[in-house]
Design a protein around this ligand. Structure first.
Ligand SMILES: [Zn+2]
Length: 57
């Protein structure tokens, strides 16, 4: 099993869990399967902080 020294990163979207709009783009490490990130971020549409979940392309 060959292991790469480079950490594989993937561009993902942070999607608002309330209005489903994709407000932020970030990159996450995908070395250990699919990332599960949940962050409180400001949503322009909701005009408040909501839970944003990672949405892979
Ligand atoms: Zn929203």
């Amino acid at each position: 099993m060959a292991k790469s020294k480079k950490t594989k990163r993937e561009d993902v979207w942070l999607e608002c869990s309330e209005c489903k709009s994709r407000n932020y783009r970030t990159s996450v490490s995908v070395a250990s399967g699919s990332p599960k990130l949940e962050l409180m971020k400001y949503c322009k549409l909701d005009r408040k902080h909501t839970l944003h979940k990672v949405r892979r392309k």
